[in-house]
Design a protein around this ligand. Structure first.
Ligand code: BT5
Length: 240
């Protein structure tokens, strides 16, 4: 896997999207710091220069039907790497990794289009591995960092190597079979099935209450709405 490293960049996702045509499939872009790190729905991803992971991967050969599962594939991959440090990770549908209820990583998957046709994806992840405690406390939601969970500084290069190796190792299987090949790994890291949950489908929509039933074969969240009808939720935020 080719890795391009930057000291400072606006956003590794933005860089990869802007240079998509010239970047090879499976190129990874990493930066020490981002000046305009992005979350979903135009939110910000706090990206200070403190040996954290800010990474994007260019993916050009993904079957359309598996594209929505790229985020889940990276969730499982990153969870496995974090767990190597003896830290228990939970996946919060759809794109967060939590440690004891606090967000340690977030994923942003964006489609690249040429003449309105999608020709691939940029899959980005931010992982707090050496976050300064004061910076972490300023995040508007509970956040975690691996160094603070383990009580020791994390070797960033080792973590990054491990993440890229894990990502590549399972990718062909995922590209062929989609969510089916990670479903078990995904399900064992979520803890809200069967429970009453609150979801906001978009920032400008009100919160809605559901009972979480399942993650289906395609990786979508299946819920029971207040009319007791089954509903499939494709995107949104789970509010815990
Ligand atoms: C995400 O969005 O969680 C996706 C984050 C993706 C970041 C990576 S870094 C490399 C690549 N390049 C980019 O520009 N982006 C990707 P979302 O689910 O919308 O969550 C955003 C919310 O997470 C914010 O509104 C804050 O509440 C919280 N947040 C921001 N920075 C954080 C951090 N460093 N650690 C934990 N939580 C954070």
């Amino acid at each position: 896997m080719k890795l391009i490293k930057f000291k400072t960049i606006n956003s590794t996702n933005t860089y990869a999207l802007n240079r998509f045509q010239e970047l090879e499939d499976m190129t990874a872009i990493a930066a020490k710091t981002q000046t305009d790190g992005r979350g979903r729905f135009e939110r910000k991803w706090l990206s200070p220069d403190c040996e954290n992971i800010y990474l994007s991967i260019v993916l050009k050969q993904i079957k359309k039907e598996f594209a929505p599962n790229l985020t889940q594939y990276l969730c499982v991959t990153a969870a496995k790497v974090i767990e190597k440090y003896s830290v228990k990770v939970q996946i919060k549908w759809p794109n967060d990794l939590l440690v004891e209820g606090k967000k340690i990583a977030g994923i942003l998957c964006e489609a690249h289009t040429t003449h309105n046709i999608s020709d691939g994806f940029v899959l980005g992840i931010g992982i707090n591995i050496n976050m300064n405690e004061d910076v972490l406390r300023n995040i508007d939601k509970p956040a975690a960092s691996l160094n603070l969970e383990t009580g020791t500084n994390i070797d960033k290069q080792k973590f990054l190597d491990s993440l890229l190796i894990e990502f590549e190792a399972g990718f062909d299987g995922f590209a062929e079979k989609g969510f089916a090949c990670i479903r078990e790994d995904y399900l064992k890291r979520i803890n809200f099935l069967g429970k009453n949950i609150t979801i906001r489908k978009r920032d400008d929509l009100p919160e809605e209450k559901f009972q979480a039933l399942d993650i289906n074969e395609s990786g979508n969240l299946v819920v029971l709405n207040k009319e007791k009808q089954r509903e499939i939720i494709f995107s949104g935020d789970l509010i815990l």
